[in-house]
Design a binder for this molecule. Structure first.
Ligand SMILES: [Zn+2]
Length: 213
């Protein structure tokens, strides 16, 4: 059985601190979360799962294409990009969102599973798994489009919403958030394995990642 190779990419970094409000600095928060997720996956002892981080330290400057190069160099099968959202002019907006590149049904499903498993307070009514499009979410669309493989962008909550911010800073909620991401990774592996088995006759288990986008 081949390995499943996962790259966890904490967004921003270096001088780019991302969204900052209510005592949360996105760049630092997503790096911590990425480390916690890697630890949880290693602790889980999942066989044939290889995990690495897109950046290890907080002073590394952000670079979209650098992350894409790492993904190619390490020949990863999935990129999980972690971010926090901000809506400066609408502080009521809240909750987690997952985005996938248009046409990648597998990652749409993975996004749904992550949102479904999300901690209760961060799972609001309009929480959905979404396909990006270049008009509504140009940055997410561009980010996901730089990767050659399965990719999911998870916005874990709104730093500009006081309730979300309080939840995000709660260690119990953070653990539950990490657990929801683990659920997503496990679901991705199941779908991938089913896809491999389903295509065994015709393609000898060939991976379809190049046809996804
Ligand atoms: Zn961000």
């Amino acid at each position: 059985m081949p390995e499943d190779r996962l790259l966890i990419v904490p967004g921003h970094g270096g001088p780019d601190r991302g969204a900052c409000a209510n005592d949360i600095e996105e760049a630092a928060y997503v790096l911590q979360t990425a480390r916690l997720l890697r630890s949880a996956l290693i602790r889980g002892g999942y066989p044939r799962l290889w995990v690495t981080l897109g950046r290890e330290v907080d002073d590394e400057p952000f670079g979209l294409y650098k992350r894409a190069r790492i993904a190619r160099r390490e020949d990863v099968d999935m990129v999980l990009s972690l971010h926090l959202d901000a809506a400066v002019y609408d502080r009521d907006r809240s909750g987690m969102m997952a985005y996938n590149y248009p046409g990648n049904n597998r990652m749409f499903e993975v996004g749904r599973q992550v949102i479904r498993a999300a901690p209760e307070g961060l799972r609001s009514m309009d929480n959905v798994s979404r396909e990006t499009n270049p008009y509504q979410w140009p940055r997410a669309h561009k980010l996901l489009g730089t990767y050659h493989c399965d990719a999911l962008l998870v916005e874990m909550g709104f730093v500009t919403n006081p309730v979300d911010a309080k939840l995000l800073l709660d260690m119990g909620v953070r653990d539950a958030l990490v657990a929801a991401l683990v659920v997503g990774v496990c679901h991705w592996r199941r779908l991938r394995s089913a896809n491999r088995q389903g295509s065994n006759g015709q393609h000898q288990g060939a991976d379809h990642k190049d046809s996804l986008h």
